[in-house]
Design a protein around this ligand. Structure first.
Ligand code: BGC
Length: 757
């Protein structure tokens, strides 16, 4: 249950598998391209390497592809589409983080050759990657030509040719002992990136087999060619070593890449692979989820967790794009997806990465302040879509569901991102107790977002209240709406927290407090004014009515009933609906009111949750992969267990079954985070209560015998194992926990609590 396998080759599926088989270490990423196919969308991305140049907006750059390898038998290249394919099998081994492939090719002259490979991107040394090939001629002896090359013709927009663009120019490409090199510079930001690759070849006795080396430039692509002489049924090993460095971390990337390659070449591929595997094991020890007796769920959750881990590195200047580092969907941009959907997984299992994700927001505060200034607001306005500097990079134009050009308003109106970041920050503090982080970075973000909201609200004299008009809430079908409940509620919460932490800092660190005040001009008067605003922010919620109106006027919109579902079980557009006028209907793209109830669960009663879930679920089109997981969790909270499992499976398999139809463009990272939340917060019933206590109210599907996962809490790890009868905590600290509303003091060691109520 650690392996994702592809054993039937259909070239039309290559682009989806490239995403599924992407290997990355949070620093560099390679789409899982078939090296023996011409039908591919190569993707090499370095976290943080963005560029604008002639593109519509700043985007993650598709860099040269250094994985190039060709094998020729009788001058015929081995190609999946050209050769007879006698055997094909490709496996992503998630346990070890290795992509393993096996092929048996038969050439046009009937020569059969068995090739297997192992590809990995090192978790030990982030600048290293490698592929090991084992070659066995099955029915011939003779010569084979091997070509190692770097492809400098890659570009962004393979799936979106109208926006095709090459973001880099080649500064140098050529040879250097051992191997070949490519040095490129992005046009606009001027990032310089160096790639180095080299081959080793050995027979079964460990003797070199690479002969008659030739070096050639084919256009701008450096290639080195070797002849190897083989005997029938003997095994030969080819090792491809690769390194990459960029000017983001080095002032001489080429020199660093070469030195790194030299070291790697000497230390050997196997030794690196062993260290990489060790780190992968450590990762799984901390983050694995075990689901007993549901193979699809078990494999699916590991797939999601594995790819989330592939997106993070120890770098506080980058975050995770909506499509991970796995493709060009959403241009590598960072959304609320990170803080609200992916963040909990990192926070509760790998908090050091959660901290980095928040530091990215701290490091882009300058851009966020600039956004506020450009829009006539105060404080910091985080961009709806963020790249490298915190400036707003949401494209202004896109396409509607019919393919017509349409103005995109999210960058102008989807303000809730500011409070979403504040929510993640407060959760981080509650779970880790990291006061230093709050003093150094957290409070500043809270104050600046608080200040932003205070300048964004509009006072309505008639009702003596503050309103937030012309916004987009999480449901993006409705633009320019007034008083979206999600936005208003969280703005209020954000202002209150900002005030609270102003005084917290004053008490905890007088020096830091003085610096913040004098640097940014905060005063007691200002924060007290925030409190006054917070109290008067209009929340369109009537105590006597449990059903909450998503925004002012929503209840008067046109009703359409969803009556048909597609082959993936997702709603089809109701008949007669004008897709250019979705905003006039009650249909929603994804949860909005329900989303709020999940972000601030303690503010809503069980009954309110049930009523709102029932009402809005029926009207949700799930046109975002962020949607099903949230309905799954809420479904579990309100007892709709049947739908909860269904929505969980949709979430879990979004990429494995490509149920949104766009996995070719990258991995659905928010959905992956949502899948983790479904298991832990949904089935595990875990809630982080505002008093900082972890509370559990589990429910397991019929076919799950047991569920177990780890939670990092205040520097310790708690293992939680749930069966239908009981819940067991294994911890080395004593900790207060709530199980089905009863607070229990858990001593160090293993404690089992019965669940029968
Ligand atoms: C969703 C947003 C999401 C974005 C990136 C959109 O389709 O509506 O909520 O942030 O995709 O995943």
């Amino acid at each position: 249950m650690w392996v994702i396998e592809r054993n039937l080759y259909d070239q039309n599926e290559n682009d989806v598998y490239e995403t599924l088989f992407t290997l990355a270490n949070g620093y560099v990423s390679f789409r899982g391209v078939e090296e023996f196919s011409n039908r591919k969308i190569p993707g090499t991305y370095l976290a943080g390497v963005f560029d604008k140049s002639e593109a519509q907006v700043t985007e993650l750059v598709n860099l040269p592809d250094p994985l190039g390898i060709r094998i020729y038998v009788d001058n015929e290249p081995l190609l999946l589409e050209l050769s007879e394919l006698l055997y094909y099998d490709r496996k992503l081994n998630m346990k070890s983080g290795v992509l393993e492939s096996t092929y048996i090719f038969e050439t046009s002259s009937g020569k059969k050759i068995d090739i297997s490979s192992k590809r990995f991107v090192s978790r030990k040394n982030r600048n290293r990657f490698a592929i090991k090939y084992t070659i066995k001629p099955l029915n011939f002896s003779g010569s084979i030509l091997i070509e190692n090359y770097i492809d400098n013709r890659t570009y962004n927009g393979m799936l979106d040719p109208t926006n095709k663009i090459q973001h880099y120019q080649v500064l140098t490409s050529g040879e250097e002992m051992p191997g070949i090199l490519s040095l490129v510079r992005t046009f606009d930001r001027g990032h310089v990136i160096a790639f180095r690759t080299a081959l080793k070849g050995m027979n079964e006795d460990g003797e070199n087999i690479l002969k008659l080396r030739k070096f050639r430039m084919i256009g701008q692509n450096p290639c080195e060619l070797f002849m190897i002489f083989v005997d029938e049924s003997r095994e030969y090993t080819l090792e491809k070593f690769g390194t990459v460095y960029s000017s983001r971390e080095s002032c001489d990337p080429l020199k660093e890449a070469s030195l790194e390659l030299a070291r790697f070449y000497v230390e050997g591929l196997e030794s690196e692979l062993n260290k990489h595997t060790e780190i992968m094991n450590e990762f799984w020890n901390r983050s694995d989820i075990q689901i007993k007796d549901d193979e699809t769920a078990q494999k699916g959750i590991r797939f999601n967790i594995f790819h989330l881990y592939q997106c993070v590195d120890d770098d506080p200047t980058v975050s995770i794009g909506a499509r991970g580092l796995h493709g060009e969907g959403y241009k590598g941009h960072v959304f609320w997806d990170t803080e609200i959907f992916m963040f909990p997984f990192f926070l509760h299992t790998l908090p050091e990465y959660a901290k980095n994700l928040l530091l990215y927001r701290y490091n882009t505060l300058k851009g966020a302040r600039k956004n506020a200034e450009l829009n006539g607001y105060e404080g910091a306005q985080y961009p709806w879509e963020s790249a490298d500097d915190g400036l707003e990079v949401t494209p202004k134009w896109g396409q509607d569901y019919l393919g017509n050009p349409v103005r995109i308003w999210t960058g102008d109106e989807e303000f809730h991102i500011n409070s979403d970041i504040a929510v993640a920050l407060i959760h981080y503090f509650m779970v880790t107790g990291d006061e230093q982080f709050m003093k150094d970075y957290g409070v500043e973000i809270l104050l600046e977002t608080g200040r932003f909201w205070a300048s964004r609200v509009e006072y309505n004299e008639k009702f003596d209240r503050y309103e937030i008009n012309r916004v987009i809430g999480p449901d993006e079908f409705h633009e320019h709406v007034n008083n979206n409940v999600y936005t208003n509620y969280l703005a209020k919460w954000n202002l209150t927290k900002a005030r609270e932490f102003y005084y917290w800092l004053e008490e905890k660190d007088a020096a830091k407090f003085e610096i913040l005040k004098s640097q940014f001009g905060f005063t007691k008067r200002e924060v007290e004014n925030w409190q006054m605003i917070a109290e008067k922010i209009y929340i369109p919620r009537n105590d006597s009515e449990k059903l909450i109106e998503q925004f002012e006027g929503y209840f008067n919109l046109k009703e359409y009933e969803i009556t048909e579902w597609d082959e993936n079980g997702l709603p089809k557009w109701p008949k007669g609906l004008d897709l250019t006028k979705l905003g006039e209907t009650k249909l929603i793209k994804q949860p909005d009111v329900v989303m709020l109830m999940l972000v601030l669960p303690e503010d809503f009663s069980q009954e309110e949750m049930r009523i709102n879930y029932k009402y809005y679920e029926k009207r949700t089109m799930h046109k975002s992969s962020l949607s099903p997981s949230m309905y799954s969790i809420m479904g579990l909270k309100v007892g709709d267990t049947h739908n909860a499992y269904k929505y969980f499976m949709k979430t879990l398999l979004v990429d494995l079954e490509d149920n949104q139809g766009n996995t070719n463009n990258g991995f659905h990272a928010a959905s992956a985070g949502g899948a983790w939340q479904c298991v832990v917060n949904g089935f595990g019933g875990m809630t982080l209560e505002s008093d900082g206590i972890l509370s559990f109210s589990p429910w397991l599907p019929k076919n799950w015998e047991a569920l177990s996962f780890n939670l990092s809490y205040k520097g310790s790890m708690i293992n939680v194992r749930i069966t239908k009868e009981d819940i067991t905590f294994a911890t080395d600290i004593s900790i207060k926990i709530r199980v089905r509303d009863k607070v229990i003091e858990i001593p160090p060691g293993r404690t089992t609590i019965g669940l029968s109520s």
